[in-house]
Design a protein around this ligand. Sequence first.
Ligand code: HEM
Length: 531
Amino acid sequence: MALDVGIVGATVLALGIAIYKLFFDIPSLPSYIPGPPSPSWVAGHVIDVLGNQERMGGLESRWFRHYGATIKTKGTFGRDILMTSDARALNYILNATGYRYEKTPELAMSLITLGGPGLPAVTGMVHQRQRKVFSPAFSESRIRMFAPVFQRISKNLSQAIKNTIGKDGGAVNMHLWFGRASLDTIGEAGFSHSFNTLLEGDCEISEILHHFLDDTGSNSKVFRVAIWALENFPILQEILARSPVGVNAQFMKFKARSRDLSADIVRDVKQSVGEGEMDNMLSILVRANQGEDEKKKLSEEELLAQAAHLMAAGQESSASTLAWIFYYLSKNPDIQEAVRKEIADVRAHTGLDTHLSTQDYDSMTMLNIVIKETLRMHPILGTFPRVAQFDDIIPLGEPMLTTDGRTIDRIPIKKGQVIECTAHGYNRNPAVWGPDAEEWNPRRWEKKIENFVNAPFGCSLTFGAGARGCIGWRFGVMELQSYTTEMLENFRFQPSKETDAVIAWPGVFSSPRLAGRGGEGAQMPLFVTPL
Ligand code: HEM
């Protein structure tokens, strides 16, 4: 009996501690920080942000306009979240403080479930070590080496579209073709693997990638609580990672298939030590990893995880950005014509059969401002969730009007505070871009724009910034430049009957989808005519 009382007492105590830790021992923000009222203690604003809005970031933009550039929102079970679009705060968090603001452990864990301990998934010193090994594979000169891959795939892309539309033209889901082109590109440049989806149709990996995010924008509270449980009880993630159901079955298939790709390359490269330059990213990585110092190297497990992450990070982001570029060009025929003319002018110097170089692409002003403006309008990753590793004070560029009527220019936060660094918020912040921040206007880039957040390729936050910013941005930009050029040399783009229904589907990771038909997958229906 005495034992029973002891066990019951210990269980009650353990439960009490667990409840305290989960619901009460979480950092809270000062009560004077303004923000929208929470619609629900259980789900906070998460459902509204991820599912209940007309486009990714639209609701947050309205909050920023109403309450200021930095606000308090609510996560699941009443957790305070600081959300910011303020240039100075973002620069401080993403750039100035190194690893003091890390990816949230929940996000890192989800990425490990998706692909294993690859670069986007790891944190702190492990991330720093991996990033050093990765850097040579993404240098400017290495990316230039991949020019023949871009050229070859762009020809396949236009051939595939010509086969689809015939000589009179027709309606085409351009997202599908750009998705195939970017997978074929990463396959060849990343691992010398020919998926060849442009000419032969979808394969297992492209099918999975195309529908990866169909189930993630759920509006249900049960789903939010399930996510919360997964985030707070990592053991559940372990169980889920092994359960062959739903979206998880797709993750498992994807992870296994991409590990096979990595394993072949890692084995080939190891067998060919000393046989000269390798011609794909993973082999450059394996070579860079062959130094003496064990502490600076990637483990076998880490090497095998990289293919999954390279495909997940690079495929959909390039495909959706390309789709949006042609959405705007179809709606702005004068700008479409101006870019086409610019390409023709460059061709007049290079000749029609010569491959264009990175210098040729970089010299095309109209092409590049169209790309920059589209990247600004549509960051594929809308926000970067970070968690403070220390108590800190965050400086603000846009002073905050507090709920008790004061104006402050810094916010004290506690260790463990979650901060949503919003790319969509920064990219449409009128204090940075002016009163027409919500409009697609490539001409804005003809004037100098201050790069407040030290972001790569121009100044929007679409590639992120700082120690965790996109390592593949040069590769991504070259894809955008070469496929846009190839398309404009071969086709004219006009809106189709369904183009007006396209929205930036809300979610953490946004893609163009038809309003009310998001479950059909990403789409960009345009009318395409051969030239
Ligand atoms: C338009 C195209 C692309 C966009 C908009 C984009 C965007 C991003 C963003 C926003 C991040 C940072 C995420 C964060 O801070 O949490 C990121 C990271 C990353 N991207 Fe990209 N990306 C693109 C293309 C690519 C390509 C083509 C590759 C590879 C070939 C790639 C590989 C990566 C990797 C490996 C990371 C993780 C970096 C790290 O954690 O250190 N990306 N990308």
